[in-house]
Design a protein around this ligand. Structure first.
Ligand SMILES: [Zn+2]
Length: 176
């Protein structure tokens, strides 16, 4: 994939001074924590970050991200394609103490040394902007469609659970 344009680290001693702009794509393999929340490896994350100093010399990171990924539908538990988009408005600080002194309208991003991990920053923003639960459109769930079309393969696995339910019902009946 063409993610070579996004370096692993940015040097915070230079990027704000130079007003650098970093943009390009990131593969999901570079976002392992975000990847764990997804249904599969298919997806694309693109981003643009601008680095600059604010009025009070804060080190600002502004930009945006867009992503096309597959999460699990919480109704049928099958992959569901979603699009994510979010603005990025962060201020780089050295520690928690500096974070607390920031203007309330700025979100802090803590980086203790001069190596800013770009994938980690993007990963956190992606996780924050991903909906907690997602569903296919009404009637679009994959299990429902399979059922209507009479296709199964996955059906046989699913059919084990109704028997388990029956069994547990019997147990509770006899205990009455
Ligand atoms: Zn679904």
């Amino acid at each position: 994939m063409s993610d070579s344009s996004i370096p692993a680290y940015a040097d915070t001693r230079k990027i704000f001074q130079q007003e650098d702009i970093i943009s390009g794509n990131l593969g999901l393999d570079r976002l392992p924590r975000f990847r764990k929340t997804l249904a599969n490896e298919q997806g694309l994350v693109s981003l643009e970050l601008k680095f600059m100093f604010g009025e009070a010399k804060e080190r600002l990171i502004v930009g945006g991200l867009q992503a096309q990924v597959n999460v699990f539908c919480q109704r049928c538990l099958k992959p569901l394609a979603i699009a994510l988009a979010d603005d990025i408005n962060l201020a780089l600080v050295r520690d928690e103490e500096a974070a607390e002194q920031l203007d309330a309208k700025l979100d802090p991003w803590i980086c203790e040394d001069h190596k800013l991990d770009l994938a980690e920053l993007i990963e956190e923003q992606l996780i924050l902007c991903t909906p907690i639960v997602s569903y296919h459109e009404s009637g679009e769930c994959i299990a429902q469609k399979d059922y209507v079309a009479g296709e199964d393969a996955t059906e046989s696995v699913a059919s084990e659970s109704p028997f388990a339910v029956l069994r547990s019902l019997k147990v509770s009946n006899t205990s009455d």
